[in-house]
Design a binder for this molecule. Structure first.
Ligand code: AMP
Length: 272
């Protein structure tokens, strides 16, 4: 991949990279279509990155189907699929990691120790290997996008980072490879995640600004459905991710909810 990246650079091509963990869905394909607008060569990576999963998490169970992914990628014009094995990315004796000081302290950080270290490390490695001029990420993983924007600046990567709005199922559930884990009744309960965001949006439009009240109402809706257990519902500053007490400026509503054994996340910017 590094040799190919150098060849593409020398030939004067602009390359766009879309990193994924595979089991592609419409959300991923939207990122690829966006990437195509910005690069003459579109490269995707498919890598279920072990270093971003805690030992208790679903690394083994994570769905994988490279043949299906290759067909879908081809259908949107992907030129190169980089699908390395874990021992190529983390060879024996591997010991270098990328840590951010503040962004991982918030939202998903506390319940997923080491997650953003794994994400920051693998994305840094992918940037060095693929050498893209543009990289595309989903706003669905808002904190991940914030981490990547920050590390790109901090480590002087000459790469334009593009965020793509969340692609949803017809009933509003954010698309995720993990949705395949949901049993039919869990799938019904999962709808309440998006519904709670819409409720909060409505309440802000009606003039409610108190973060505690908005969070309580959103949480109440989620709790009114079976199988749901809230990890967090937070209203925070979209840049620093620090809690806000009032929605007086555009604020990020971010949620993580366990639906049965599946942990789902979603978010939206609420504007007063
Ligand atoms: P993943 O394969 O889950 O690691 O996701 C790869 C990329 O796709 C990340 O940048 C995600 O934020 C993005 N992504 C995942 N789901 C969606 C979605 N429903 N809409 C938009 N982007 C998404």
């Amino acid at each position: 991949m590094q040799q190919e990246a150098i060849r593409l650079l020398k030939a004067g091509n602009t390359t766009a990279l879309v990193p994924t963990m595979g089991y592609l869905h419409e959300g991923h394909l939207a990122l690829m279509r966006e990437g195509q607008k910005h690069g003459e060569v579109l490269i995707i990576s498919i890598f279920v990155n072990p270093s971003q999963f805690a030992p208790t998490e679903d690394f083994q169970a994570y769905p994988r189907d490279l043949n299906r992914d290759a067909r879908l990628a081809e259908s949107v014009g992907v030129d190169v699929i980089f699908a390395p094995e874990a021992d190529m990315i983390y060879e024996q004796g591997y010991q270098t990691y990328v840590n951010l000081e503040a962004l991982p302290l918030y939202l998903c950080g506390p319940s997923r120790p080491g997650h953003f270290r794994g994400v920051a490390t693998v994305v840094t490695k992918l940037f060095n290997i693929v050498k893209p001029q543009v990289a595309v990420f989903g706003e669905k993983d808002y904190q991940q996008l914030a981490v990547i924007r920050r590390l790109t600046r901090d480590l002087n990567f000459d790469i334009r980072i593009i965020g793509v709005p969340t692609v949803r199922e017809p009933d509003g559930l954010a698309m995720s490879s993990r949705n395949t884990y949901l049993a039919p009744d869990e799938r019904r309960s999962a709808r309440s995640i998006h519904q709670s965001i819409e409720l909060a949006r409505q309440r802000v439009a009606q003039g409610v600004t108190d973060a505690r009240q908005l969070i309580a109402e959103a949480s109440g809706l989620i709790h009114s459905h079976p199988h749901n257990r809230i990890d967090y519902v937070t209203l925070c500053d979209p840049e620093t991710l620090e809690d806000v007490r009032r929605v007086e400026a555009p604020s990020l509503l971010a949620l993580a909810v366990w639906v049965g054994h599946t942990r789902l996340i979603d978010n939206a910017i609420l504007t007063p």
